[in-house]
Design a protein around this ligand. Structure first.
Ligand SMILES: C[S@@+](CC[C@H](N)C(=O)[O-])C[C@H]1O[C@@H](n2cnc3c(N)ncnc32)[C@H](O)[C@@H]1O
Length: 352
């Protein structure tokens, strides 16, 4: 296989550059990659405005928003309602004047203590009582807005603000509770909504068709040859359980998704690669052109797995061609934090 070092991609395959990108930074998603990475792939594949790009694991919509910003149509699927919600809000076309009015209306409300607070034990640990009261107050009023676009826009701002005022914080594959000083939610929420509105004012995102759906990459609801390119990143082997990490957001706003790619050591690597085979078969069926798949290696107490090569082997086995594997980063897999097990890497597998 054609494996090349491409260290210039090191930061681009992470979410870090998005922290300063308007709209992309409306919600922090550690598992995401960057707008700059997607733009690089758009150039590399010479994707034009008449093409359609698919991201079958769209997360919070980095591929879709970047395509839209570049005037390119796209489709995104994810099994997580949280992800499809965030992706949709970020890729919606808004009537700015109308949106500003609705936001002003909600931010101008006089606080009223909610009649009841959620009984969920996890939520009670994640927030102090005042923050939780504020969240419930705003949530109730936002749900009464009769305009779906404005309602979802405000809900995303509330969700992100809630996480900034929470005792829960994401630490690798876990969520921990840490009692600390947290800012008042109302103040944070107002600041967040103003920033989101400003982003829409200053970035002129073209009105391009972008479809975001709840869906499983192992069984894609796309017709044969329905898209031109794929830019994506599946869950990494033996990495995080998305529904556990985002349990605070789920407890506040969503229902837990029922299906995920199996990616745990308990489930076994075989199950993970069986799932990946199903995905690749779907990609081959629906995609006419090239595909970029960002993937990391598997780190276990007694061995490492080079997932990029394994995906390449499966791809070739089902009749796809591995053009190249671009290695963005090398790192050590360790056990007990000190003992080196072997080297793993994060790469971009280019298929056609
Ligand atoms: C590495 S993240 C993708 C992040 C994305 N590139 C971004 O920038 O936001 C992988 C995503 O796959 C989703 N996922 C897991 N199993 C899935 C499946 N069977 N079908 C579709 N999406 C799935 C997870 O919910 C997660 O959002």
């Amino acid at each position: 296989m054609n494996i090349k070092e491409a260290m210039e991609l090191k930061e681009l395959v992470t979410f870090i550059p998005n922290k300063h990108e308007p709209i992309h930074n409306w919600y922090y998603y550690k598992e995401g990659y960057s707008k700059a990475f997607v733009e690089l792939m758009i150039k590399k594949f010479n994707i034009q405005k008449n093409h359609v790009v698919l991201d079958p694991f769209c997360g919070i919509g980095t591929t879709n928003l970047t395509c839209k910003q570049n005037g390119i149509k796209s489709i995104g699927f994810d099994v997580s309602p949280l992800c499809t919600f965030v992706s949709r809000v970020k890729t919606t076309d808004y009537d700015l004047e109308d949106l500003e009015k609705k936001v002003k209306q909600i931010l101008g409300l006089k606080f009223e203590k909610p009649e009841y607070l959620p009984k969920d034990e996890w939520l009670r640990r994640s927030f102090n009582r005042y923050v939780l009261e504020d969240i419930m107050f705003y949530k109730k009023n936002i749900f009464q807005i009769d305009d779906g676009k404005a309602m979802h826009f405000l809900l995303l701002g509330l969700m992100d603000s809630a996480m900034s005022c929470s005792y829960a914080y994401k630490d690798g594959a876990l969520v921990r509770i840490q009692k600390k000083h947290v800012p008042p939610l109302g103040k944070f929420f107002k600041y967040k909504m103003k920033k989101m509105l400003k982003d829409l004012e200053k970035t002129n995102v073209p009105n391009v068709e972008t479809k975001i759906e709840l869906g499983d990459a192992r069984d894609l609801a796309v017709c044969d040859d329905g898209v031109d390119f794929i830019i994506t990143s599946p869950p990494y082997l033996n990495k995080i359980e998305y529904t556990k990490i985002y349990r605070t957001e789920y407890a506040l706003f969503f229902q837990q998704p029922k299906t995920q790619i199996r990616s745990f050591i308990e489930e076994g690597e075989d199950a993970y690669f069986r799932d990946m085979r199903k995905c690749l078969e779907n990609f081959k069926r629906v995609c006419k052109g090239q595909m970029a798949i960002v993937i990391g290696g598997g780190c276990f107490p007694d061995h490492v797995t080079l997932v990029d090569e394994k995906i390449g082997e499966i791809a070739e086995d089902i009749g796809l061609k591995v053009k190249e594997i671009l290695v963005a980063r090398n790192s050590w897999c360790t056990k007990a934090r000190t003992v080196k097990v072997g080297q793993i890497r994060e790469s971009v597998v280019i298929l056609e």
